[in-house]
Design a protein around this ligand. Structure first.
Ligand code: ARG
Length: 298
């Protein structure tokens, strides 16, 4: 049965009522060999065509890769594909799930931009090789869904946060909720500079989220504050220019974040998180940072 929640009155559960899920132990990365800014499909890319320093991008990516290894995650690296300069942002082509019985399945994205549609079959192949059951959306009904750019798993709980408005459509969350037998809290995004949910909401652990409040409606903010007991707010500068909310916290303790988020980092440390800063400047030129440069998997 599908359950999509759009306002706080509809919240009829507490976090403790939700089914537990394991933390993902694997991370998928796509090499930035062909990464560049070749077109403009989000406001951050404007003015940056042809501006990526390939060597710097490679170095930035390598640092992230080693850090995931040091954290103890199994790192699966895929080659990039010529002609797909955004494929390095591998949060976007899919949304994986592990069922309560341990079965692995994945919903493949329907990319909003024609420029990125061709990435999906390559990522699907990775899942096929790892024995995931593949779910394809009916593309005559759903024209936009950008995977874990917009659909974020709550930390270790059977609950999905679903952003919509720019790259994913609201309707898709009914199917996702039904397919994964998981409630979805749908959040409307209202600022095009925060075009994916992962640019304005970072789920750090079961109780804690980092957000950029102005990217959400009042209803959305109420939902976020009703579920998370700790909500950290990023400033406009750190959220928009440094993609602070595009951080990732794979184990609920260690936060990987773009360097220079001084204010957010102070707040994170106060709550006991261990902060690891990375330079992702080359990827910021394309409108992405740490979170969307990977896919966490089971
Ligand atoms: N240039 C890419 C795009 O616009 C960046 C994607 C970043 N992904 C994300 N989930 N925020 O599609």
């Amino acid at each position: 049965m599908s359950k999509v929640i759009t306002s706080a009155e509809q919240l009829d559960f507490k976090l403790s009522d939700l089914q537990d899920m394991p933390a993902p132990g694997k991370v998928l990365l796509v090499k930035p060999t062909y990464f560049s800014v070749e077109y403009v499909i989000n406001p951050h890319m404007e003015g940056n065509i042809g501006d990526v320093d390939k060597l710097a991008a490679q170095n930035e990516w390598e640092h992230l890769r080693s850090a995931y290894e040091e954290l103890g995650l199994y790192v699966h690296v895929e080659d990039g594909v010529r002609g797909y300069p955004d494929m390095v942002f591998c949060a976007n082509q899919s949304l994986p799930n592990i069922t309560d019985e341990g079965k692995k399945e994945v919903i493949m994205s329907v990319m909003n931009s024609d420029k990125r549609k061709g990435e999906v079959p390559f990522i699907q192949q990775v899942y096929e090789d790892s024995s995931y059951e593949i779910v394809r959306l009916d593309e005559t009904r759903f024209t936009d869904f950008e995977g874990m750019g917009d659909a974020l798993w709550h930390f270790k709980k059977r609950l999905i946060w679903g952003g919509y408005g720019y790259r994913s459509s609201k309707e898709v969350y009914d199917v996702i909720s039904e397919t994964f037998d998981t409630p979805v809290i749908a959040l409307k995004l209202i600022d095009e500079r925060f075009y994916h949910l992962d640019t304005c909401l970072c789920i750090l652990n079961t109780e804690t989220a980092l957000i950029y409040p102005k990217a959400f409606t009042d209803e959305g903010l109420e939902l976020i504050r009703s579920v998370f007991s700790n909500v950290i707010e990023a400033s406009k500068y750190e959220a928009e220019k440094l993609f602070a909310c595009n951080a990732t916290c794979p184990d609920g303790k260690n936060v990987f974040i773009q360097q220079g988020c001084v204010d957010v980092n102070q707040k994170l440390k106060k709550l006991g998180f261990k902060v690891h800063e990375f330079s992702t400047y080359e990827f910021l030129k394309s409108g992405g940072s740490v979170f969307c440069m990977k896919m966490l998997l089971w």
